[in-house]
Design a binder for this molecule. Structure first.
Ligand SMILES: Cc1cc2nc3c(=O)[nH]c(=O)nc-3n(C[C@H](O)[C@H](O)[C@H](O)COP(=O)(O)OP(=O)(O)OC[C@H]3O[C@@H](n4cnc5c(N)ncnc54)[C@H](O)[C@@H]3O)c2cc1C
Length: 442
């Protein structure tokens, strides 16, 4: 047990969720006049790397409206977490620590400065003002729960910081597995497992998708347009969504492909046969596209097929799709000379084009991890672990992933708020009851 008379919480991971937990724990303890020692440890030498690279260096901190439907995971738990600390609470909190925010047309919320550094600096300043201790270069290798209560932490390469080897409470804020060079390499999953948690398999999410080399994507690299992607497993529709698609030299990116990716990766990682299909004409069925082409042929028989399709799509995409669907090259065809079979082949390519996805681009390119510690194994009122009293889990380590738009940070702030408040309450209750601190009631 921690030999210090002041209860001690060690938070492992000083990313978005760990920083929020530390700040809210220290703030609530201060308001309740309860002594609480809050120590943040991180394996990285420089903290907040994901905050700095987020949103193209601008950090999309939340969204104008965050609903459970914006997340994948147990909806009832997510609803309760968001109700406790919603996007308006996140906005007010940032303004209170000196980060002025703005909403863009997409609903994404950014700092007015357009600089992620202003977000990280404000969090670090607040952390310092509250007297929170930060230990960097301290990578936790093991956590042992003592029978008598409390935890003993083991560190890679040595004993670790003097003040962070023993704790009354431990918070796992170690993130997921994407961009491991930031320090988030999935090590926290094994720590959670060793303390009695199960894990939902991790898959890359919000990740660009690779297409087979022989496909046409490289010809339209850099072009974006509205589209619909349908993901099927064994023929059944698993997900269908519309948005902005970006063609790249390796395959697909842009919000649409990123948001759709987790449905393919989670299914394929589970050994299922998942496929994707593209409609370059969102909300248009094959029958509607076929009827549209037929009526165009009657109205403008001498118009080129390429001109007609080019009115709906960027010309390079229109030409590439026509070329893909029709042989010999249909771009020189007039609408009147297009045969029924050609028309149907083109309508099919426009609305139900099979995408030869070979896989996700890789952990270095994904923005978030699908899977993690099941939400059923934590109490959403406190973010306390059910199998390991005294342990709390926050942020991306949990089995919840949001779509593009600031939702993953919203999850980090919200879970951090809940855990921080609960830790301060635990410390206050223990102090009032003069109970042994480590007799956890979680
Ligand atoms: C390129 C990119 C852009 C993104 N853009 C956005 C965006 O604009 N908006 C948005 O909402 N989301 C965005 N995300 C997702 C968002 O960054 C994450 O969901 C969020 O940072 C998760 O916060 P976290 O605190 O749970 O984990 P992390 O931020 O990953 O922090 C985990 C910390 O734990 C430390 N750690 C891990 N293991 C150990 C250990 N064993 N011992 C000690 N320390 C350890 C790591 O060093 C790290 O500092 C983006 C992600 C990426 C990769």
């Amino acid at each position: 047990m921690n030999s210090d008379p002041v209860p001690r919480v060690v938070i492992i991971g000083a990313g978005a969720a760990g920083l929020a937990t530390a700040i809210f724990a220290a703030q609530h303890a201060r308001q309740a006049r309860t002594p609480l020692s809050v120590i943040l440890v991180d394996g990285a030498d420089h903290i907040g790397r994901k905050i700095l690279i987020a949103g193209g260096g601008r950090c999309n901190v939340t969204n104008a409206q965050a609903t459970p439907a914006d997340f994948n995971g147990t909806q009832t738990v997510i609803r309760n977490v968001l109700r406790t600390f919603d996007e308006k609470a996140a906005w007010a909190w940032f303004e209170s620590i000196g980060v002025a925010l703005k909403i863009e047309d997409t609903g994404k919320v950014f700092p007015k400065s357009d600089k992620a550094m202003s977000v990280l600096t404000a969090l670090i300043d607040r952390m310092r003002a509250l007297g929170i201790t930060l230990r960097t270069g301290a990578r936790v290798r093991s956590i042992q729960r003592r029978d008598s209560g409390g935890f003993t932490l083991g560190y890679e390469g040595g004993a670790g910081p003097d003040d962070a080897r023993e704790a009354d409470f431990v918070v796992l804020a170690t993130g997921g597995k994407t961009v491991p060079s930031t320090g988030s390499d999935g090590a926290g999953f094994a720590l959670a497992q060793a303390l009695g948690h199960s894990l939902v398999r991790s898959s890359q999410a919000l990740v660009p998708l690779l297409l087979a080399d022989q496909f046409f994507h490289a010809k339209v690299s850099g072009v974006s347009h509205e589209a619909t992607i349908t993901t099927r497993v064994a023929g059944k529709v698993l997900d269908r969504r519309s948005g902005s698609l970006l063609w790249t030299h390796f395959g697909l990116s842009g919000p649409l492909a990123l948001d759709a990716s987790r449905h393919l990766t989670t299914a394929r990682d589970a050994g299922l046969d998942a496929t994707m299909e593209l409609s370059a004409l969102p909300d248009t069925t094959f029958e509607q596209a076929d009827a549209w082409l037929e009526s165009l042929a009657q109205q403008r028989p001498r118009a080129l097929v390429t001109s007609a399709i080019g009115e709906k799509l960027p010309q390079s995409v229109a030409d590439t799709l026509i070329n893909h669907a029709l042989t010999p090259d249909g771009r020189v065809l007039t609408l009147a000379r297009m045969s029924r079979d050609q028309r149907r082949a083109l309508a099919h390519a426009l609305t139900a084009l099979p995408l030869p996805v070979t896989g996700p681009r890789g952990w270095n390119y994904g923005e978030v991890t699908a899977g993690g510690v099941p939400l059923a194994e934590i109490d959403w009122r406190t973010m306390a672990s059910r199998p390991a009293p005294g342990l709390y889990l926050v942020g991306e380590i949990l089995d919840c992933d949001g779509r593009i738009g600031g939702f993953n940070f919203q999850w980090a702030w919200a879970t951090g708020f809940i855990a921080g408040r609960a830790l301060a309450q635990q410390a206050t209750q223990a102090a009032q009851a003069s109970l042994p601190r480590a007799a956890h009631t979680a």
